[in-house]
Design a protein around this ligand. Structure first.
Ligand code: MCA
Ligand code: AMP
Length: 496
């Protein structure tokens, strides 16, 4: 159903452009739906020739690019399960994911980073250069599979790893059925149409970019301009929609204020993945006349709540529940149920089987606890007021304090460390690290700095302080609120 809707679009319809030129006013070439289908089938033939079978897990370790899209389409056409990997990740961050998911193949531009894995670095037969011209012909490669082996109807389509609070990332199986109803509900709520053109600079290894951005576009038959990464540039005239994180809008603000026209003519600006501050929302509104649409979701649930496309958007709230999703607050914690909620972490027992069911009867929902603290306003819009889970969100990227702390375990000269999120005007939060030193402070701090290189940039501590001891309660549990307050300019103690 999900795939057939993509396959049924008019093959001549423009679908995707990749733009590497930040100043380009319009993409030089659009790939059509027919092109994407052909590229997917060609990539599937290549994957099959590499021994990949339907249901196998294929890791995709590439920056946003046409190669990346080809890899996704190829897996979809063959029925393989995609494992998107964050190319910023260092070895220590990739290892647990590779151990848990055990992909049969890694598609990467850096095969030396995957010793022990069968990886592929060159362009496969469908790969093309930046302007869409073929990079090479591969007459020896099979270029097609029989039609009955293509685009199989398999529900499990991707594994997205998300920061676990234990420090070990957890794989969330993603199914087309989780995505379908949710994306359709959002399309109605946001008044999306096949004529939209999305500026897609979100990384395609998260739900936000992959599911809402790429798959939302392909499902509706609209268009996207894929960018390698976010830069606060003026938008090409064709763009109608932007999905971004709060950091983007703050970085864009001076550009919008200097030249608001390209932003005024947009139809929709969406912010999610973290809370958007009122000042940025108001400043964007003043500059462009657009009230940014805030919505709230998770890898485990797709989108939970959203402000409407038409109707009142309330800044500082994430809106009412998305149609089809049930949301309740239990002791202030947001809980969710519905068809878009995942059914269990990869390699762990099914969540439904172990969750207490509320109500009675087989139809009663199993509620998923998000770890986010919320409250309803008088119009039934949800406000996210904090987190009950130990999580730091840096520029929309989740960072588990436990994962950061584990990196420093056993470091000579360092007795213990504690990681917290500190407020940041650009990234919302950055990681702060408190260190208890054994011996020479300068040496210990140099070692801490060096060890930090084992983490990707956004997870790396930006502020480091030395303390005599970490604040702990009588049971020895780290008091993260008190630890935050120990940083100069740190925030007051909170629930974490
Ligand atoms: C950049 N770095 C990263 C990432 N991006 N590290 C880990 N993960 C990343 N995603 C590293 C770079 O390698 C660099 O390291 C350092 O951070 C600073 O890079 P810089 O180029 O300055 O960063 P940037 O390009 O300015 O990126 C910041 C950004 C971008 C614009 C905020 O990360 C971004 O677009 N984030 C969106 C994230 C997102 O899509 N989140 C959705 C997940 P070094 O110093 O070593 O060079 S949440 C989700 O999906 C749920 C469902 C939801 O609700 O949306
Ligand atoms: P992830 O696990 O990467 O999908 O991140 C999901 C988490 O991001 C949620 O549990 C929230 O803590 C946070 N989040 C997503 N959207 C919002 C939002 N609009 N406001 C506040 N937090 C958000």
């Amino acid at each position: 159903m999900f795939l057939s809707r993509f396959l049924d679009h008019d093959p001549a319809r423009p679908a995707l452009a990749t733009s590497h030129d930040a100043t380009a006013t319009a993409p030089s070439r659009w790939l059509t739906y027919g092109d994407l289908r052909a590229r997917g089938e060609s990539a599937a033939a290549w994957l099959a020739s590499e021994g990949v079978r339907p249901g196998d897990i294929v890791a995709i370790h590439l920056e946003n690019s046409l190669d990346l899209v080809d890899a996704h389409l190829g897996c979809m056409a063959l029925g393989a399960v995609r494992l998107p990997l964050n190319p910023h990740y260092r070895e220590a961050e990739l290892t647990p994911i590779l151990e848990d998911a055990a992909p049969c193949l890694v598609i990467t531009a850096a095969p030396e980073r995957f010793p022990g894995f069968r990886s592929f670095s060159g362009p496969h037969p469908a790969a093309q250069d930046r302007d869409g011209a073929p990079l090479h012909e591969a007459p020896d490669q099979p270029t097609s599979l029989p039609a009955d082996r293509l685009w199989p109807d398999r529900d499990l389509t991707a594994l997205l790893f998300t920061s676990g609070t234990t420090g070990r990332p957890k794989g969330v199986p993603q199914t087309f059925s989780m995505w379908g109803a949710n994306l359709d509900a959002l399309a109605t709520l946001w008044q999306l149409s096949g004529d939209d053109c999305l500026w897609l600079a979100l990384p395609l290894f998260h739900t936000h970019g992959l599911v809402l951005g790429l798959h939302g576009t392909l499902l509706r038959g609209s268009r996207a301009i894929l960018r390698p990464r976010f830069e606060p540039v003026l938008l090409p005239g064709e763009v109608t929609h932007v999905y971004g994180v709060p950091t983007w809008y703050r970085r864009w603000l001076p550009v919008m204020q200097a030249d608001p026209e390209p932003f005024r003519r947009l139809t929709l600006m969406v912010s999610g993945s973290d809370g958007l501050d009122r000042a940025t929302s108001d400043a964007v509104y003043a500059a462009t006349g657009h009230r940014i649409l805030e919505r709230y979701g998770m890898t485990e649930t797709v989108m939970i709540c959203s402000n409407p496309g038409r109707g009142e958007r309330r800044a500082g709230t994430v809106g009412p529940p998305v149609p089809g999703v049930s949301v309740r607050l239990v002791d202030g914690e947001v809980q969710v149920s519905g068809p878009s909620v995942y059914s269990g972490y990869w390699g762990q027992p099914l969540r439904v089987a172990e969750s207490p069911r509320s109500g009675s009867g087989a139809e009663a929902p199993a509620w998923f606890s998000t770890g986010d603290a919320g409250e309803w306003d008088d119009a039934g819009y949800l406000r996210i007021v904090g987190r009950k889970k130990e999580l730091i969100i840096v520029g929309g990227v989740n960072v588990s304090p436990a994962e950061v702390e584990a990196i420093y375990a056993g470091l000579p000269g360092v007795r213990e460390v504690g990681a917290v999120g500190l407020p940041d005007d650009d990234l919302n939060e950055v990681v702060g690290l408190a260190v208890v030193v054994d011996g020479d402070v300068a040496e210990a701090l140099a070692a801490v700095r060096e060890r930090g290189q084992m983490l990707s940039g956004l997870k790396r501590p930006r502020r480091v302080i030395v303390l005599d001891a970490l604040p702990r309660n009588a049971l020895g549990k780290l008091q993260r609120g008190a630890l935050k307050a120990a940083f100069p300019g740190g925030s007051a103690p909170d629930a974490t």
